[in-house]
Design a protein around this ligand. Structure first.
Ligand code: GLC
Length: 559
């Protein structure tokens, strides 16, 4: 195994951790998390084993879409601190071995952004063409809105000029006109600025929407015939400014279409993309205690360039979208994990976190994270997952999972010294309240979820075959079980997961192995010999999981 390669294409086996500064740690006691607070918690993240922080938008914002409605691309929201504080965070993170990426939200600005204020005022504004306008009455577009509970059209009329502007998200988020070369120059300048301040790349928001030209008038769109050429140009620009930079794209599309966003076999567009398909099939598999859908999804993943990578996840900051399932499949997942209407949103997703969905069963929660870290790809965690935080259903919609990080069992979960009613968001109450779920207690408990997550992360990092290697499903007789093999050169790892509650004995054969090989457990102590034909039979508890390194007699890898 060429271990030195892993320091080059670092994103292939990174551990990414997404957080929102405003809900992470409040250091100045005003009830809002801040960059100074985050700096104080970088050691927690380094100790966890995170190698790349993803900061949700920290820019000045109109505050309608939790920072995804930006009013200034070159600043820091003053509630969170200053540019200087951000640089301190980036520098300290780097010292602890962590890279930092941030959201790049350039499909739209806020309607309060100076460009849009100017653009809406008059058709002669120099910024008018930064946005997409139409003069005639738009047709019914209610089936195209992203947030169907809030919007019923992707066009909004302004009083000033009587024309309509395009907005695929909230009406306060007018879409930028990416066909306009001036807009593209501005986007590059924004990227260059943050890279110069030390970021290692971006999580690129809503990429398919950014590249879409529907709605843009024909003459304008003709100036921009191939949106993928533009994505390619952005990646090339990133590479010129910082060789190790990445673009982690949000592209919730079927695999066939995602391939194009990687730049096909050349791998010269998005460096990484989230695997929304496997995430959704994982929940279907969990609901059915049948690994079939997950296995089929992994097998259907298209070939990508060796430089590209999938980002795997079981939760993110948005709704847990199930939009790629059929209506019946989605209904199954809803019934299993979010039967109340208050747990669902947009007719397509759940607003819960994993542990409450697993009815708090620690075996099941650990099995899911074991699965996540053993799947081929780069795992992406959402803050609080490492301790098993729950959600606040009363916050509603996507805010349900964006509650303050729970550091201690004390007031406000140690997030802030401010009076509870002044917090940016209320702390979770009930069974998942800080009294029961917090970092400080779990740090001292070797049996905690936090300790388990650290172990998973350490092993994931020690097994680059997971991020780099080839993937193969292993035949075995139980529908509830996923058995898979990841290989990279002479490194090989077998992972076996039982999605069902019944203990099982799992027979399978490790290809290319014989009695000269054995399987060494990596999450516990244990060693199992293989038969001469490479076969073996392993015991699995209900919701059990095992990671096993394939070891040959002459192996020199550290166990
Ligand atoms: C992406 C983000 C989401 C945001 C939207 C609009 O989908 O993940 O949080 O609201 O883009 O920027």
């Amino acid at each position: 195994m060429r271990i030195t390669d892993t320091a080059d294409l670092w994103w292939k086996n990174a551990v990414v951790y997404c957080l929102d500064v405003q809900t992470y740690m409040d250091w100045n006691g005003d009830g809002v998390g801040d960059l100074e607070g985050l700096a104080q918690r970088l050691d927690h993240l380094a100790d966890l084993g995170v190698t790349c922080l993803w900061l949700m938008p920290f820019y000045p914002t109109a505050g309608v879409d939790d920072g995804y409605d930006i009013t200034d691309y070159y600043g820091v929201d003053p509630r969170l601190g200053s540019l200087g504080d951000l640089v301190e965070v980036i520098r300290t993170a780097k010292d602890r071995g962590m890279r930092v990426i941030a959201d790049l939200v350039v499909n739209h600005t806020s309607d309060q952004h100076p460009w849009f204020r100017s653009a809406r005022a008059s058709t002669d504004s120099p910024y008018r063409d930064f946005y997409v306008w139409r003069g005639d009455e738009p047709p019914d577009t209610s089936d195209q809105v992203v947030f169907p509970d809030q919007e019923d059209s992707i066009w909004e009329r302004t009083e000033e000029t009587g024309e309509w502007y395009l907005h695929k998200f909230y009406k306060t988020q007018p879409d930028l006109n990416v066909a306009n070369p001036l807009v593209r120059d501005e986007i590059a300048k924004v990227m260059g600025y943050w890279l110069q301040l030390g970021l290692d790349g971006f999580r690129v928001d809503a990429v398919p929407f950014l590249l879409e030209t529907a709605g843009i008038d024909e003459a304008e769109a003709a100036r921009f015939p191939d949106p993928h050429e533009y994505l390619h140009a952005l990646r090339a620009f990133l590479g010129r400014r910082t060789g190790a930079g990445v673009l982690l794209g949000e592209v919730n599309l079927p695999y066939e279409e995602q391939v194009r966003f990687f730049g096909g076999g050349d791998g010269d567009e998005l460096t990484m993309q989230f695997d929304f398909t496997t995430m959704q099939q994982t929940y279907l598999s969990l609901a059915r205690a049948d690994a079939g859908p997950l296995a089929a999804s992994l097998a259907a993943r298209p070939e990508i360039s060796p430089d590209s990578q999938w980002g795997t996840f079981v939760r993110n900051h948005d709704e847990l979208t199930l939009d790629k399932l059929s209506d019946d499949e989605r209904a199954e997942v809803f019934a299993a994990f979010g039967p109340d209407e208050a747990m669902q949103v947009y007719d397509r997703g759940l607003i819960r976190r994993l542990p409450p969905m697993m009815a708090g069963d620690p075996r099941r929660v650990r099995m899911v994270y074991s699965l996540l870290f053993s799947l081929p790809g780069t795992p992406v965690l959402f803050y609080g997952e490492e301790i098993g935080m729950g959600e606040d259903l009363s916050a509603g919609s996507r805010l349900a999972v964006r509650t303050p990080m729970q550091w201690t069992s004390g007031p406000n979960g140690g997030f802030s010294d401010a009076p509870a009613d002044q917090l940016t968001r209320p702390v979770v109450a009930g069974g998942y309240a800080p009294e029961f779920v917090n970092v400080a207690d779990q740090r001292r408990d070797p049996d905690s979820l936090l300790a388990f997550m650290k172990l998973l992360i350490r092993r994931y990092r020690e097994c680059p075959e997971l991020g780099w290697g080839g993937f193969q499903l292993l035949d075995q007789p139980h529908p509830a079980v996923l058995a898979h093999l990841c290989t990279w050169d002479d490194g090989a790892l077998v992972a076996v997961h039982n999605l069902g509650a019944e203990p099982l004995s799992v027979p399978f054969t490790v290809p290319g192995c014989n009695a000269g090989h054995r399987l060494e457990d990596l999450l516990t102590i244990g060693s199992t010999p293989l038969a001469d034909d490479g076969s073996v039979e392993l015991a699995l508890e209900g919701y059990g999981y095992r990671w096993l390194r394939v070891v040959s007699e002459d192996s020199r890898r550290l166990l």
